[in-house]
Design a protein around this ligand. Structure first.
Ligand SMILES: Nc1ncnc2c1ncn2[C@@H]1O[C@H](COP(=O)(O)OP(=O)(O)OP(=O)(O)O)[C@@H](O)[C@H]1O
Length: 344
């Protein structure tokens, strides 16, 4: 009997080609589209149109799973609250853990599927995640909070391909694939239509000017409201008499102040992170760590104690933000991750 695979279908090229590939390999496939938010600009209608056309082309069944309430509670509210608290959230990491490889995986299993496949660029051997071959698309950072128990059920057929090859293949398939390749690349964060501040504005007044402080607490300028800034940002505030660029080092919601300094004051050598998700049991290890997506992996020593990771960097990093994820790698293998709480 053919093995049954559920495919997370977003209406984008990656998942549409994933479905084509797995069918060609001989799997029995079904699709599921997740409704994750209530965008009113025709977003879901457009995506579902593509999902339906691809499903018709392949002759497969597809489901619509409405997870908007769960998504609002667990992902959207966390996103807004993080900015209010002066931290920098990573909603895609939470979504992968709780929604895509939480609720969507459960749905796939309830429908009798042996596997869940997505168009993520990442590898797995059922025990660990590994970086994808296309390093410009690699999404291992975003998957590193996914529960170990979910890994044996995952399939990532795009893991060895380059994005451009997937687009090229799409162009040779049915006309719907061609149409999908011509639409705009999806947004970085699916519920942010333009910029994140437009989302936050719906929940708080973000335009509250306040003081810019130097490291010693002296007032040196003015800012537009702390929620306009993230750690490392260098524009949109004034610093009296500054000759050199200044960067945001700290956000203080309670006093509506931001602390800025020259690049060297943003230097970080130690990181404390909590909310661990480890794929190995060791409590002390040497690894490399990515402190944000699209940053280089830095060599470090890690000690796990009282459910926290104490990370000593062997070379400094700059502009590390609380709220982002620290992802530990052993070469290309993801060995765990934790949320950045504080830095030194
Ligand atoms: N709304 C959704 N419903 C079902 N699956 C989804 C949805 N959004 C994303 N996915 C799954 O997660 C994968 C990664 O999504 P992401 O948005 O990170 O990448 P993408 O490159 O835009 O993918 P795609 O081209 O398939 O839209 C998708 O390929 C798809 O399998």
């Amino acid at each position: 009997m053919k093995k049954k695979v559920m495919i997370g279908m977003s209406g984008g090229i990656d998942s549409s080609v994933t479905a084509y590939m797995l069918q060609k390999e001989g799997y029995e496939i079904e699709g599921v589209y997740l409704k994750l938010h209530n965008r009113s600009d025709g977003y879901h209608e457009r995506n579902l149109g593509y999902v339906e056309d691809v499903a018709n082309f392949l002759g497969i069944k597809y489901h619509i799973l409405d997870l908007a309430d769960k998504f609002t509670r667990e992902i959207y509210d966390y996103f807004v609250d993080s900015y209010l608290e002066g931290t920098t959230p990573n909603p895609c990491v939470k979504c992968n853990k709780q929604i895509k490889f939480g609720a969507m995986l459960k749905f796939a299993q309830e429908k009798g599927c042996e596997f869940l496949a997505t168009g993520h660029y990442v590898k797995t051997d059922g025990e660990f995640f590994y970086e994808a071959d296309d390093k410009t698309k690699d999404q291992s950072y975003f998957l590193s909070q996914v529960d170990k128990k979910a890994l044996p059920f995952m399939m990532f057929p795009l893991s060895t391909y380059k994005k451009e090859d997937i687009v090229k293949l799409g162009e040779t398939l049915a006309s719907v694939y061609k149409e999908i390749t011509q639409k705009n690349e999806s947004q970085e964060i699916c519920f942010v239509e333009t910029v994140y501040t437009d989302v936050i504005k719906k929940h708080a007044n973000i335009d509250l000017p306040g003081d810019v402080l130097d490291e010693d607490g002296n007032i040196v300028g003015e800012h537009k409201g702390y929620m306009h800034y993230t750690i490392g940002k260098r524009r949109g505030f004034t610093v009296k008499g500054a000759q050199e660029p200044h960067f945001v080092k700290e956000l203080n919601p309670k006093t509506n102040t931001i602390v800025v300094g020259k690049k060297e004051v943003l230097e970080v050598n130690e990181v404390i992170a909590s909310g661990l998700n480890m794929y190995i049991d060791e409590k002390e290890f040497t690894a490399t760590v990515k402190l944000r997506y699209r940053s280089v992996s830095l060599p470090c020593d890690v000690t796990i104690r009282d459910n926290k990771a104490y990370i000593k960097l062997k070379e400094p990093s700059f502009g590390v933000a609380a709220g982002q994820l620290a992802v530990f790698y052993d070469d290309q293998k993801v060995i765990g991750s934790a949320w950045i709480e504080s830095t030194k």
